[in-house]
Design a protein around this ligand. Structure first.
Ligand code: GLU
Length: 446
């Protein structure tokens, strides 16, 4: 990094103390921008970098609710409206005890560039709460969502800010949030949230989109080396919406997917993960991955508290959470004959692990590009809501596939143009940044 970039980066760190995940996300983007800022001095003249790192608006609010025992509980809610140069703020809500401002800002920052890469008219934002949905009854989750929306509703809207799901927020939560928004505003404003259910404004393929998209992106990367998913041995982390659909798509393309995990441990299923059983346990029963091993029988081993990245694989799809794959995991995977990694989660690989994959010359698809299929399909949901239409599964999946192929192509072309062929991290960061920066230049100092 040159002196000017370093100075701006350090000022961002200083202004946002203690937000380590946000610092990590900013640092990664800045590292990629060295060749761009040399070619485009107009960005520095307009202080684009300084402005892009400062959210347009940050909202922090109290979320009081009453649990089933009648006790009052308090959580903290967030919405960071990061950048609206390309469209209304767009990005998910995460409900997880680890959520604090630094996590929301790292996710919101990533979202700006990810959303730009989709080519859809959406800005970047993110939100959530330090609420833990695990072990809560449906009624408790409903009361929490209603209280959360009672504050959030005044900040969002189909032309302003359009939240969706993320970790801990799925169809159930989006339903309760949408219901409360509708009640408070007296508007059936379908386009205010995405990830809605089919039958009340949701889009087909949205539930599958992030996982499918990550696999489609990985398939495009593999093609550049004359390979495909067919015959690969794939390790997937996580067992939520992204992981389950990544497993399904990789299997459909001929891969053998042998792992899934949750915060308690991981399973190794040498016969290939039974996706329907996994869906039943995780999505219907909201159970633990250990139950998968108990019910599937002899072919499966369950490892409590271990790392899923100890399992040999040729393709790794980290679909759990940030910084879940570190340098030690990377070394182990590389030694086991790894050819490709695509990030289904947001920033699942540490900076050290990412650097090791790139130095080893394996295919590495960063989350901004590889997991953009989810938000891209959210934008398709907004399009359907705006035209009061509902597309078929086939049509929507075709649109998703085109978007993923285009993202792959433009990241690859940008990396090539800036003298780093095959470097999808640089390609995604430069291409995403440029799209936002050019719009910001055109819109003036706002
Ligand atoms: N939370 C997802 C993401 O990280 C999806 C956001 C959305 O659909 O708005 O991109």
């Amino acid at each position: 990094m040159d002196a000017q970039l370093l100075e701006i980066r350090d000022e961002v760190f200083r202004r946002n103390p203690g937000e380590t995940e946000f610092h990590q996300a900013v640092n990664e983007v800045f590292e990629s921008l060295v060749p761009l800022s040399a070619r485009h001095p107009e960005y520095a003249d307009a202080a684009i970098l300084q402005r892009i790192c400062e959210p347009e608006r940050q909202i922090i609010f109290r979320v009081p609710w009453v649990d089933d025992a009648g006790k009052v509980q308090i959580n903290r809610g967030f919405r960071v409206e990061f950048n609206s140069a390309l469209g209304p703020y767009k990005g998910g809500l995460r409900f997880h005890p680890s959520v604090y401002l630094g996590i929301v800002k790292f996710l919101g920052f990533e979202q700006i560039f990810k959303n730009a890469l989709t080519g859809m008219p959406i800005g970047g934002g993110k939100g959530g709460a330090d609420f833990d949905p695990r072990g809560k009854s449906d009624a408790e989750v409903m009361r929490f969502c209603q209280s959360f929306m009672t504050e959030l509703y005044r900040h969002i809207g189909e032309y302003t800010d359009v939240p969706a799901g993320d970790i801990g927020v799925g169809g159930r939560e989006i339903g309760y949030l949408f219901g409360q928004y509708k009640r408070i505003t007296n508007r059936y404003e379908s386009g205010v949230l995405t990830g809605k259910g089919i039958g009340w404004g949701g889009s087909l393929v949205r539930p599958e989109a992030t996982g499918y998209g990550a696999v489609l992106f990985a398939e495009e990367m593999l093609k550049t080396r004359g390979q495909s998913f067919d015959g690969q041995r794939v390790a997937v982390s996580g067992s939520g919406n992204v992981a389950i659909n990544a497993i399904a798509k990789a299997q459909a393309l001929g891969a053998s997917v042998v792992t899934a995990s949750d915060s308690g441990g991981y399973v190794v299923d040498e016969a290939g993960i039974d996706v329907e059983l996994l869906r039943q346990i995780k999505e219907v029963e909201r159970g633990r991955i250990s139950e998968y091993a108990e019910r599937r029988g002899a072919s499966v081993s369950y490892v409590a508290d271990g790392s899923v990245w100890d399992v040999d694989a040729t393709v790794a799809l980290p679909c759990a959470t940030q910084n879940e794959l570190n340098d030690k995991n990377a070394a182990k995977l590389l030694a086991s004959g790894l050819v490709a990694v695509a990030e289904g989660a947001n920033m699942p690989c540490t900076a050290e692990a990412t650097a090791m994959f790139q130095e080893a010359g394996i295919l590495f698809g960063p989350g901004k590009a590889a997991n953009a299929g989810g938000v891209a399909t959210s934008a398709l949901e907004m399009q359907q809501n705006a035209s009061r239409d509902a597309w078929s599964f086939e049509h929507t999946e075709e649109r998703l596939t085109d978007i993923m192929v285009n993202i792959h192509e433009s990241c690859a072309a940008t990396a090539e143009e800036y003298g780093m062929p095959g470097n999808y991290v640089a390609g995604a960061n430069i291409d995403g940044f440029k799209r936002v920066a050019d719009a910001m230049l055109a819109l003036g100092v706002i």
